[in-house]
Design a protein around this ligand. Sequence first.
Ligand SMILES: Nc1ncnc2c1ncn2[C@@H]1O[C@H](COP(=O)(O)OP(=O)(O)OP(=O)(O)O)[C@@H](O)[C@H]1O
Length: 258
Amino acid sequence: MIRAEGLHIALGGRAVLRGVDLQIEAGWTAIVGPNGAGKSTLLRALAGLLSPQQGSVHLQGREMREWTAPQRARYLAWMAQQGETSGELSVRETVELGRIAHLGLGGVPGAQCRAVVEQAMQRCECSDWSARRLNELSGGERQRVLLARALATEAPLLLLDEPTTHLDAPHQVALARLFRQLAREGRGVVSVLHDLGLALQADQLIVIEAGRVRAAGHPADPALQRALEAVFGQAIRVQPGACGRPQVHLNLENVDGD
Ligand SMILES: Nc1ncnc2c1ncn2[C@@H]1O[C@H](COP(=O)(O)OP(=O)(O)OP(=O)(O)O)[C@@H](O)[C@H]1O
């Protein structure tokens, strides 16, 4: 669905991405790495929101700059880390914004549009408060609404920057289940995640370190697990888990010591 080749991006005079090559197919891909590694920058480049100084991004085999903004908006949905929204809008109005690429500005939602919006709200468990304003919601509730807006685009590819940050444990699990469902429907979900336990449930894991891809592959790949331990050091331990997927534990053994 998306391919990056030799991606170099500098921000504020500093090299942030230093030659990133990757390929992402349909399914759920998780991008992980330390703070400041370049994960959000990479996701923004994959969304066409940042132009690389060197290298290229191809969507469906066609270079990003050949896509018009409306074509891109139909093909990929973007959810920012600090979800930008107008707090004055209701939940339903916010999710309806996901339909703009189909309706155009000022377009009146028809029955099919309303059905898509309703389903997106149900999948993200926010139908019950569809009339409430965004600025009345908690952080986790707002995050679910922004995810529903991304789903309502019906874009084949979702690029989500830390979509689980504000979610409680049951909703994190529900989101992982939703990503797997979307993958089965043939959609691509690319999520930057800090929760390594969740990330290991993805079909593909990409480990970013200091602006480079340190490792990429299926979470069950031992080389990938070794890369995770190398990047995150003694803060984590990767151990065999159920269903062929490893589990990650925070190493809290020495928090009382020095
Ligand atoms: N607009 C900017 N100008 C200058 N430097 C920037 C800018 N945006 C990001 N950076 C720097 O680029 C590096 C990568 O930032 P990025 O947000 O991509 O990291 P990240 O891996 O997503 O981190 P986190 O896990 O903390 O969200 C950081 O060192 C950051 O300080």
